[in-house]
Design a protein. Structure first.
Lengths: 220, 220
């Protein structure tokens, strides 16, 4: 059982929830039945003190000299992240990105399922993704959200249309939005908007390349 | 000037370089000429102590009572991340994801440019992306890397082919790889592989939804 109070829960940063996801991925790749924070840190290049702090925050304490029970910890993380049941997502924008996301494995396995694709282009409406989701018109959005119990809206349109799509999703009752458009969205009370910035990954690679160059200059 | 030693640089975690990218995004959206770590933290929901620690680590210190010079700090972060010059990237896999990434704005603005697309499908070879990058055959990869000075390889193929593509990229001299396939790659000395897991974003939204539900249950 989690011992976290609501006020604590609200202040948990996104970095923390992302680390919980990372711990879950690591645990899923283990064959062991128990693991210590130290072993987990060494194996996956993580920080042992941070692992202990994060897990204790959600009511999970390892046993000194034994570590964590892997199966129990996995279940605990799955419940904490709210992926112990399936949540339905809808994608607005059936361009290359929207179509790629509709078939993305991580969006269609335990915990999540893409159930609808929306696009304004009459030529696209009626066509289907590889996973057989038919593209529908924006007019259908509200009805689809209700009928298919959609909880998550994914914005895969261009920057010019993104805010309008976001507003439509919120009006339809969606309060968790994943945004791929490179624009800052207006915040709304009770609505969580997460924007994905893929460029950060390239900057991290650039940092590595630059340091490799600097190291060569230092020794060369 | 950065005062960081090489051994320090090597041990900098990916979370730190990602925070540098986040700071840069925040600074780019400011009109002010100076800003304190406290103001920056308040404005963008960051942690002031973490900002000071991260920036001091890279040789940037704010002035007490004044803060950081925004322009100078931006330049410093751009240099630190190695994006003060353009780095060329090549995408392997011209499916929906590869085509979306080829046109992705963040991969084609200051610091980065997608210069080539590779696919095995003879029907795709010779076709072009919206941004007018022609899809070429895998046999051309080595020559393209040399001719266009490609530094970053982006893997946008399925999980079954990803490791072979990764090996080909390394053989062609690429030592920074961004992997979108949901597989763990074999590590290689001197090669940095960054895998993107978009599902983490959905898990973060699920965590929000779950806590909103729990809060309703608590008060309901």
């Amino acid at each position: 059982m989690s011992t976290v109070q609501r006020s604590d829960r609200e202040s948990i940063s996104e970095m923390t929830t992302e680390r919980l996801s990372v711990y879950l991925r690591c645990l899923e790749s283990l064959d062991e039945t128990t693991i210590s924070s130290r072993e987990l840190a060494d194996r996956f290049h993580l920080n042992a003190a941070q692992i202990r702090k994060d897990l204790a925050h959600f009511g999970e304490f390892g046993i000194r000299g034994v570590g964590y029970n892997v199966g129990r910890l996995k279940e605990h993380l799955i419940r904490t992240l709210g992926i112990d049941r399936s949540r339905h997502a809808l994608i607005v924008g059936a361009g290359n990105l929207g179509m790629a996301l509709a078939d993305y494995k991580g969006f269609n396995s335990e915990g999540f399922r893409v159930v609808a694709l929306i696009d304004t282009d009459p030529k696209k409406i009626g066509q289907a993704s590889k996973g057989d989701i038919t593209i529908e018109a924006p007019a259908q959005l509200g009805e689809i959200v209700r009928r298919l119990h959609v909880e998550i809206g994914i914005i895969a349109v261009g920057p010019a249309e993104a805010q309008a799509v976001c507003d439509t999703l919120v009006e339809a009752g969606i309060c968790a939005i994943l945004n791929f458009a490179p624009v800052q969205m207006r915040l709304r009370d009770g609505v969580k908007i997460k924007s994905v910035d893929l460029r950060i990954n390239l900057e991290s690679l650039s940092f590595f390349l630059k340091n490799a160059e600097d190291a060569l200059c230092d020794t060369g």
